[in-house]
Design a protein around this ligand. Sequence first.
Ligand code: KG4
Ligand code: ZN
Length: 334
Amino acid sequence: MNILGIETSCDETAAAVVVDGKKILSSVVASQIKVHHPYGGVVPELASRKHIEGIVSVTGAAIADSGLNPARLDAVAVTQGPGLIGALLVGFSFAKAYAYALDVPWIGVNHLEGHINSVFLEADPPPFPFTALLVSGGHTSIYHVTGHTGFELMGQTRDDAAGEAFDKVSKMLGLGYPGGIVVDELAKTGDPQKIKFPRPYLDKTTFDFSFSGLKTAVNRYIQTHADYKAQIPDIVAGFQAAAVEVLSFKLINAAMVKGCKHVAVAGGVAANSHLREKVAEDAARHGLAVHIPSVELCGDNAAMIAAVGYHYLKRGNASHLGDDVYSRIKSKVG
Ligand code: KG4
Ligand code: ZN
């Protein structure tokens, strides 16, 4: 089944064509980083406008790259939520209209189910059940995953998402937006042991996270050290080490509790080089197999949306014309 995926939940306009939920024929991602960079974060109204400008050409490019005639598309899958309402509406309305014109079904997809399913676009996907850490700019959660759609939420952040903490620390240090990738690169030149930031483990029996205290600790360090600019690589390395240690610890523990032999990490922060290394190390110590998508599939993309759409459609679950977008998380995944 050839599915066209469309994703516009935040600041990436993306389209992709995927076969049977696993084989990517094409994947095009147009980033809006340059548009939002001067504002130090995503400006929702600008994001919507950029999606409107880009959606037709991005979709056209994805179909052209796939080598398929549009008549060979079997369905259109599109992100329905969570995300920025105006941004979501652009992709959602476009997908409905496009599916209607092609006379094929369309499927509204949960963005978080998309991220988790990104591991199935790689060569060696995990068997069910597995334990997944979803770390993005808006979410930080651990799931017990028993199928392609709808997962058991084991824990989540009580305040900031991990990606948000990376972005805020970057902003505090004047390193710009988006912060995750800058912090990742700079941390490679710093000493993670030099400045010891708190590890927010919370109660060891919970799989919940909290990153606001860690973020405040970095802010306090900046406020109390006039010479902090000379220490930026050590500060970001120390911050990253603290965040990553807790993320990996909780993921591995959750897998042990559920008796899962496979763990996965997905979402924008899964691109973090230290997180990738640390999870691999910790998992190997406990005899667990690790599945982390390639960096291109960690950030927002439409291939993951097409992959989920396939599984809904296989069960006969297409969407209806009256369905609408949603900004907040839906209960089935948290
Ligand atoms: O999944 P994503 O592309 O969008 C959301 O659904 O939120 O995640 C974006 C987040 C941002 O907070 C960004 O700073 C973070 O992922 N990120 C990283 C890295 N690359 C992106 N965080 C840490 N290290 C990275 N290499
Ligand atoms: Zn995302």
